[in-house]
Write a protein that binds this ligand. Structure first.
Ligand SMILES: [Mg+2]
Length: 272
């Protein structure tokens, strides 16, 4: 049976603070050498994920902005895609969430009506976002190229804000660093299920793994056959709604590698 590995990026494949993949690179190559697809499934935007794909030589579909859309390289699947798609550059895109313009408009309305003061990506220059995220300027520019979500970086939010947000069809995802607003339709698990249908259409039955570090990976864990939770930088595991994932005894990218070798590896051990 063909295998597919889904992974979160920040705090899993990438170090939470430095965004380094030095400690996960070999495990990525391990999967590449065995032609096991590695599918990124993260809050990061397309431009950011493409930069990491390029650096790691990964060329598989990927899920952006907390399950808001699936990007599939053209020609990746031989069978036609039985969902609505649009084309952009070399990709076919399945949209699960809502466009960023709609989200920004809703946030701006609430900020004004509830007299709140907070700042989003779109309110700040790239220089400031880069300082805030601890990223270089080019990485910050990529992070700002949102298509289906908006992050609130600083300022005060009230309980009322979240209630009103819910009424107009959006939800807030508390991330490792800040709140990200997406459509209520956007869902990592739903996006994974759609993509798994395409893999099954192509290959027949498949076996899926999911690796993450945070409560916001719970949706991914519920959608795969074998979920794995890596440790946070303090050496603890995120407390999930329901303890459904295998606990990996290592932090971030180190944990990603251990999860790959422990779950996907045994059958290939002699080849390591
Ligand atoms: Mg994470």
């Amino acid at each position: 049976m063909k295998k597919i590995v889904f992974t979160d990026l920040d705090g899993t494949l990438l170090d939470l603070k430095s965004y380094s993949y030095a400690r996960s690179r070999e495990a990525v190559e391990f999967l590449q050498n065995r032609e096991i697809p590695l599918v990124f499934c993260s809050s990061k935007a397309r431009a950011e994920q493409l930069a990491y794909q390029e650096a790691l030589g990964v060329h598989h579909p990927f899920i952006v902005e907390n399950g808001s859309a699936i990007y599939i390289p053209k020609g990746y699947f031989k069978q036609p895609i039985p969902f609505n798609t649009y084309h952009i550059n070399q990709f076919e895109v399945i949209v699960v969430g809502e466009p960023v313009e709609t989200i920004r408009e809703a946030i701006a309305n609430l900020r004004e009506n509830l007299r709140l003061s907070f700042l989003c990506y779109c309110d700040l220059p790239a220089e400031e976002v880069s300082m805030y995220l601890g990223m270089d300027l080019n990485s910050a520019r990529r992070a700002m190229q949102r298509e289906f979500s908006e992050s609130i970086l600083q300022g005060s939010l009230s309980q009322r804000f979240f209630m009103e947000l819910d009424k107009v069809g959006f939800r807030s995802i508390p991330g490792s660093r800040f709140q990200t607003i997406v459509s209520k339709q956007a869902h990592k698990g739903r996006a994974i299920e759609l993509l798994l249908k395409l893999y099954e259409q192509e290959w027949g039955e498949v076996w899926s793994y999911g690796i993450g570090d945070h409560v916001n990976d719970y949706e991914m864990f519920k959608a795969v056959n074998e979920p794995a939770l890596v440790q946070r930088p303090n050496g603890e595991w995120a407390v999930l709604e329901e303890p459904c994932a295998r606990l990996i005894n290592a932090i971030g990218p180190e944990g990603f590698s251990q999860a790959v070798y422990a779950m996907v590896g045994p059958q290939h051990r002699q080849a390591v």
